[in-house]
Design a protein around this ligand. Structure first.
Ligand code: IDP
Length: 160
């Protein structure tokens, strides 16, 4: 009985995911979005963005001193990315598991990077690494009114 009582906050966690320019060029967008959809997560926001260097320098602020930083910003601004917000129980951690390791060579088959790419410099997708990063990245890439609150008719078939 109590399993069906509405618990505010449960399943309300959100993460930021970006499908990178190589994935768009390689027509992998649909396959990638499909995995999060079929898992049961709820799409809260999505847009095609030509990311500016300013946006990317904020997004990758923590990596500014790494040797690959300039290459990374060039890669991420080499074409459009699809920015998304996904919602659901433990979505930050689960999305990272679905994405795989930073280096595709360390990513197991069945993960997005394990299935779709080979090199760390062309690793097709980004996903927030913590709840705090997710909050920061969502507010960096989206305005509040771009996050859509919609009635999910599958909610009770997905969450207990
Ligand atoms: P993550 O994307 O798995 O969270 P981070 O360490 O935050 O990994 O690195 C951000 C992005 O920087 C990676 O996804 C990848 O595109 C790029 N990157 C990381 N390490 C290297 C590297 O050694 N060479 C080139 N690009 C790298």
């Amino acid at each position: 009985l109590f399993a069906h009582v509405f618990q505010p906050g449960r399943g309300a966690e959100r993460t930021f995911v970006a499908v990178k320019p190589d994935a768009l060029q390689r027509r992998l967008l649909g396959d990638i979005v499909r995995r999060f959809e079929r898992k049961g997560f709820r799409l809260v926001a999505m847009k095609l963005v030509q990311a500016s260097e300013d946006l990317l320098s904020e997004h990758y602020f923590a990596l500014r001193d790494r040797p690959f930083y300039n290459h990374l910003v060039k890669y991420m601004s080499s074409g459009p990315v699809v920015a998304m917000v996904w919602q659901g129980l433990d979505v930050v951690k689960t999305a990272r598991a679905m994405i795989g390791e930073t280096n595709p060579a360390d990513s197991r088959p069945g993960t997005i990077r394990g299935d779709f790419c080979i090199e760390v410099g062309k690793n097709v997708i980004h996903g927030s690494d913590s709840i705090e990063s997710a909050r920061r990245e969502i507010s960096l890439w989206f305005r509040e009114d771009e996050l859509i609150c919609w009635e999910d008719h599958a909610e009770h078939w997905i969450h207990e």
